[in-house]
Design a protein around this ligand. Structure first.
Ligand SMILES: [Zn+2]
Length: 222
């Protein structure tokens, strides 16, 4: 892709694509990860899945503090798998690919996840609360699922106008040529998916670190 790495919005077809396991990590991978963290921080998110930046591979990043000044909270999950789930609870979620749309989703309260880290080591983590919720939200992305798929019929009705607006805006961008047709976008995704490693990213210009959080932002946008 010649476009700089950026967060794609619903209804981009990559968000409905089941992502492929990564076979190996190469040198490009670190810069892709850095680029993703910068995009996530600039959007005040706590998590970001690879397909949200147009890469149909199974990995995602998290920083529950949403703060570039706390890099010690940065985590990368590669080829993640939930191997245990315990009880459930409802909580509000948002998504960087559906900005300013929020809704309650029922998720497991605690999960155990097995994944590879950046060093290529297989690790297991136990997560609960917001941590567990964010992991489940991101793994759903890798399976082509979005949190709006889980909203109650009632909630869905209240946000249907917002969802239709995303679809209209997307179609509008396509009609003026700012975005390729859905068919072309899907074939670009399919082409990237055939690679065994993440292609070298075109990184966006460096984004300012330590940006102020807007007062309206929620804690669970991922
Ligand atoms: Zn999301």
């Amino acid at each position: 892709m010649s476009e700089p790495l950026h967060i794609v919005q619903y209804p981009h077809p990559v968000l409905r694509t089941v992502s492929k396991p990564l076979e190996r990590l190469d040198q490009n991978f670190q810069s892709t990860i850095r680029g993703m963290f910068e995009l996530m921080y600039a959007a005040y998110g706590i998590g970001l899945a690879a397909n949200q930046v147009g890469l149909p591979f199974r990995f995602f990043i998290l920083n529950l503090m949403a703060d570039p000044n706390q890099p010690e909270h940065e985590q990368v999950f590669i080829n993640p798998e939930i191997i245990k789930r315990h009880s459930g609870e409802e909580g509000e979620e948002g998504c960087l690919s559906l900005p300013a749309l929020y809704g309650k989703v029922h998720r497991a309260k605690r999960v155990r996840v097995r994944s590879y880290n950046l060093k290529g080591e297989l690790v297991e983590v136990d997560a609960d609360g917001l941590y567990a919720r964010a992991i489940q939200h991101e793994i759903d992305h890798l399976d082509g699922k979005l949190f709006i798929d889980y909203l109650s019929v009632l909630k869905r009705a209240t946000v249907s106008k917002q969802i239709r607006q995303f679809e209209k805006d997307f179609a509008e961008s396509q009609s003026i040529g700012a975005l390729a047709s859905t068919e072309t976008l899907q074939s670009q995704v399919n082409l990237i998916r055939t690679a065994s490693v993440v292609p070298a990213p075109v990184l966006p210009p460096r984004l300012p670190a330590g940006v102020e959080r807007p007062s309206g932002s929620r804690e669970t946008t991922a």
